[in-house]
Write a protein that binds this ligand. Structure first.
Ligand SMILES: Nc1ncnc2c1ncn2[C@@H]1O[C@H](COP(=O)(O)OP(=O)(O)OP(=O)(O)O)[C@@H](O)[C@H]1O
Ligand SMILES: [Mg+2]
Length: 460
C-alpha cells in the first residue's frame, strides 16, 4: 500500500532534513496514542513534545518531527529536523491538501460543528472513502493535523474549524481550502472573547476566505446575519445554499417528530421531499441533517442514499449518548451531554429530555463558560425552559447559581461548588424511572458525574 508520507515527501513538504528512508502510515502529536508506523510531531503546549520523542519512537513511531535535539532519542536518523514544529505540521497539512483528490468540506459555526462533521462522515462514507477530523480537532494544530492525515486516495474530507478569538478562522480556511464550507449557526458561544454577535458572524463568515474558487458556502437560513453572509459569499464568486427552518431555506426542515432515542424529519431539498429516520434524538440533529443534505446536493450525490445513511448516525459519549444506569431499586436513563454547553445546545438537550417517557426529568447543569459579561444573564435565561421541562435541577458553579436561584424551591435539587460535590447528591436523589440530562461546558467537568453515575461508585 502507498504510505501516507514517504521520506522524500516529508522533506519536500517541510523543508526539513531526515536521514532514514521511512514509510509513514499515520501522524500523531501525543506519544501515548502513537501507533506503529506514525510520525510523531513534537509540538509545544503545556509541556514540550520533544520530551516525549524517545517514548514515541519506543512505541513504534518510525520518525519524529523536531526543531531541536530531543532528550534521550538515540536514533537521530529518524528525526525530521525542521525550523519550527508547528510550522512544519502546518506545511505538512498544506501538502496533504495540495495533493488530495478529495472533495473537501469545511465546517464552522457556533454550535454543532462536531455533530455535523460526524454526520457528514457517516453520510459521505456511503459514497466513498471519507476522512474527517478526529474529535474536535479544529484549531491551529487540529486543522493541519487533519490535513496531514488525509489519505491520498480519500474521496471526501471533512474538516472542522473553530475559533476562540477574532482572526482565527480565515487562516484555517485558507489552509483547508474547502470546496464546500458550512456555517452551522451563529450563536453566542465565545462572545466573551469576541464582544458581540456581529463579530462572531464576521468571524464565522471568514470561512468564505478559504473556499476554493467556484465553490459553495452553505449558510444558516435562520440567522439574522444571513444577508451579509450571502453578500460576502457572492462577492467572493461563490455559490450559496442555505439550510434551516426558514421558508426560504434550500435545505429546509419542514417538520420534526421526536421519539425518545431517535426522530423523523421531513425535509425539502431544493423542492425534493425527503423523510429522514434519524438515529439520534433531537430537532437539532434534524437541523444539522439539512446542512448535510445541502452538501450532498452540492457534491452531486444522491439525496435518498444520503438520507438512509443519516439513519446510521448515533449520538456519541458527551454529545447526547443515552445509557441505562442502575439506581437504588431499578434503572434510570442517563443522557450524557457533558462535553459542551451553550444556550442553544442546552435548549436542544432539554428538548431531548422533554421527549423522554420518564417519571421525573432531571437536569444536572454546570456553568457555560467563555460568555464574558453576558454569563449571568444567559444562565438565568434558561430558567423558563428548565421550569417547563424539569422536575428537578441540580447545578454546580458560580454562574449556574443564576439559573438555580431563578427556579422555584420545589424544582431546586441543590447547588454545589463543583461537579465532584454534585455527583453523589445526584446519585442519591435518582429513582427508578428518572431521566437525567448532564450538561455543562468542558471546563465545568461534568464528565465526572457521568463516570460516577455509570460506575455506581462514590467520587472522591
Ligand atoms: N444545531 C444544533 N443546535 C443546537 N445544539 C446543537 C446543534 N448541534 C449539536 N448541538 C449540541 O451542541 C453541543 C455541542 O455540539 P458539538 O460538539 O457538535 O459542537 P461544536 O460546535 O463542535 O463545539 P466545539 O466548539 O466544542 O467544538 C452538543 O450538546 C450537541 O448535542
Ligand atoms: Mg467541536
Amino acid at each position: 500500500m502507498t504510505p501516507l508520507w514517504t521520506s522524500a515527501e516529508l522533506r519536500t513538504a517541510t523543508n526539513g532534513t531526515l536521514a532514514a528512508d521511512v514509510a509513514i502510515s499515520g501522524v500523531s502529536i501525543d506519544s501515548r496514542n502513537v501507533a506503529p508506523g506514525d510520525i510523531f510531531i513534537a509540538l509545544r503546549d503545556q509541556r514540550d513534545g520533544h520530551e516525549f520523542v524517545a517514548d514515541a519512537l519506543a512505541r513504534g513511531a518510525v520518525a519524529a518531527m523536531v526543531d531541536h535535539r530531543p532528550p534521550g532519542a538515540a536514533d537521530t536518523t529518524k528525526l525530521l529536523r525542521v525550523a519550527d514544529t508547528l510550522a512544519g505540521l502546518t506545511a505538512l497539512g498544506a501538502a496533504g491538501r495540495a495533493r488530495a483528490v478529495a472533495r473537501v468540506v469545511g465546517v464552522t459555526g457556533s454550535v454543532g460543528k462536531t455533530t455535523t462533521k460526524e454526520m457528514l462522515r457517516v453520510t459521505l462514507g456511503a459514497f466513498g472513502v471519507t476522512h474527517a477530523s478526529a474529535a474536535s480537532h479544529n484549531n491551529h494544530w487540529g486543522v493541519p493535523l487533519t490535513l496531514a492525515r488525509l489519505p491520498r486516495e480519500a474521496a471526501f474530507a471533512v474538516v472542522e474549524m473553530g475559533m476562540n478569538n477574532r482572526g482565527e478562522i480565515a487562516p484555517l480556511s485558507r489552509l483547508a481550502r474547502p470546496d464546500v464550507g458550512i456555517i452551522t449557526s451563529i450563536g453566542t458561544a465565545h462572545i466573551g472573547m469576541l464582544g458581540s454577535q456581529a463579530a462572531i458572524a464576521a468571524e464565522k463568515g471568514d470561512i468564505i476566505a478559504g473556499i476554493t474558487p467556484g465553490g459553495t458556502a452553505i449558510l444558516p437560513a435562520d440567522s439574522a446575519f444571513l444577508p451579509e453572509l450571502m453578500t460576502r459569499a457572492r462577492d467572493a464568486g461563490l455559490h450559496v445554499m442555505t439550510h434551516g427552518e426558514a421558508a426560504s431555506a434550500d435545505a429546509r426542515l419542514l417538520s420534526y417528530q421526536a421519539s425518545p432515542e431517535c426522530g423523523v424529519a421531513e425535509v425539502s431539498l431544493l423542492g425534493q421531499s425527503l423523510t429522514l429516520h434519524l438515529g439520534a434524538a433531537g430537532r437539532h440533529v434534524a437541523l444539522n441533517a439539512c446542512a448535510v443534505l445541502a452538501v450532498v446536493k452540492v457534491l452531486g450525490l444522491a439525496p435518498d442514499v444520503a438520507g438512509r445513511a443519516l439513519g446510521d448516525f448515533t449520538a456519541s459519549a458527551g454529545r447526547g449518548a443515552m445509557r441505562r444506569i442502575h439506581v437504588a431499586g431499578g434503572e434510570a436513563l442517563l443522557i450524557d451531554d457533558s462535553y459542551n454547553a451553550s444556550v442553544a445546545s442546552v435548549r436542544a438537550g432539554l428538548a431531548v429530555l422533554a421527549a423522554q417517557p420518564a417519571t421525573r426529568r432531571i437536569l444536572a447543569f454546570g456553568d457555560m463558560l467563555e460568555l464574558g459579561a453576558e454569563g449571568p444573564a444567559q444562565h438565568a435565561a434558561l430558567a423558563d425552559d428548565a421550569l417547563r421541562i424539569c422536575d428537578l435541577v441540580f447545578c454546580c458553579g458560580a454562574l449556574s447559581k443564576h439559573l438555580f436561584e431563578a427556579l422555584p424551591t420545589a424544582q431546586r435539587g441543590g447547588h454545589f461548588p463543583n461537579s465532584t460535590s454534585l455527583a453523589p447528591a445526584l446519585r442519591d436523589a435518582l429513582k427508578p424511572g428518572d431521566a437525567v440530562l448532564v450538561k455543562g461546558s468542558l471546563g465545568s467537568r461534568m464528565g465526572v458525574i457521568i463516570t460516577a453515575l455509570m460506575a455506581g461508585e462514590q467520587v472522591s
